[in-house]
Design a protein around this ligand. Structure first.
Ligand SMILES: [Zn+2]
Length: 225
């Protein structure tokens, strides 16, 4: 059992992490659940949060605190929630540190992604939650590639929640997720290798966390003598 130093929220920097963007094309993977998008979003939030409440102390020191979930906004017109004095991002989702510690997403991003596969909303929420986790970690535990590490954490959270039974995935969801990421990849900043990693990298990091758990997402130099 790894016990790893975590710190409280020490960084109060403006701005947050963002990624996303979505295309309206691709509906080749039908949603295979009867759940509504609201139900799936709620399930993702509660499942990922429960995972950390149940397992934080298996990996890290200190107590886990849940980030605030602002939830959806209309990116076409919303002026709230602001992050670091900036309006919310259009067709995007973000985690805002800046002393506010919240997650939010453009409802259009979620709806469009959801149309391509219901697992999409789980990935978005888990990824942003990964940024909230990063903020709770000692800086030595943050990967220089923060976006890819967030993808890795997302994989660990979702698989962990699935093992706990708080989130249920269906046969083929992993493939659907990979296809969903690819289907929304064209022309969006978060797929540039210079900032967020390309699609193959993102899927690779996600699978690293899904298969290896949270410790696989931490800088491996940390574990070397
Ligand atoms: Zn991100």
């Amino acid at each position: 059992m790894w016990m790893i130093l975590a710190t409280a929220l020490l960084l109060v920097a403006s701005g947050g992490y963002a990624h996303g963007g979505v295309s309206s094309r691709s509906t080749s993977f039908p949603a295979t659940s009867d759940d509504t998008i609201e139900q799936d979003i709620d399930a993702a939030v509660s499942g990922v949060d429960a995972y950390w409440k149940n397992h934080w102390q298996e990996f890290f020191t200190g107590a886990y605190s849940s980030p605030t979930v602002y939830g959806g906004y209309d990116g076409a017109s919303a002026v709230e929630p602001q992050c670091g004095g900036n309006p919310p991002l259009v067709n995007n989702a973000f985690y805002c540190r800046d002393g506010t510690d919240f997650l939010a997403w453009d409802t259009h991003l979620m709806e469009n992604g959801y149309a391509a596969g219901d697992v999409y909303v789980y990935f978005i929420i888990a990824h942003e939650w990964g940024h909230a986790v990063q903020e709770r970690l000692d800086v030595s535990l943050r990967d220089v590639a923060l976006e890819l590490q967030a993808d890795c954490i997302a994989g660990a959270e979702l698989n962990g929640a699935a093992q706990d039974g708080t989130i249920s995935f269906e046969e083929g969801d992993a493939e659907e997720l990979g296809q969903a990421i690819k289907s929304t990849a064209d022309g969006f900043p978060w797929n540039k290798a210079t900032d967020h990693g390309d699609v193959d990298q993102r899927i690779s990091y996600f699978n690293t966390g899904r298969q290896g758990g949270i410790t696989a997402c931490l800088p491996q130099s940390f574990f070397s003598p």
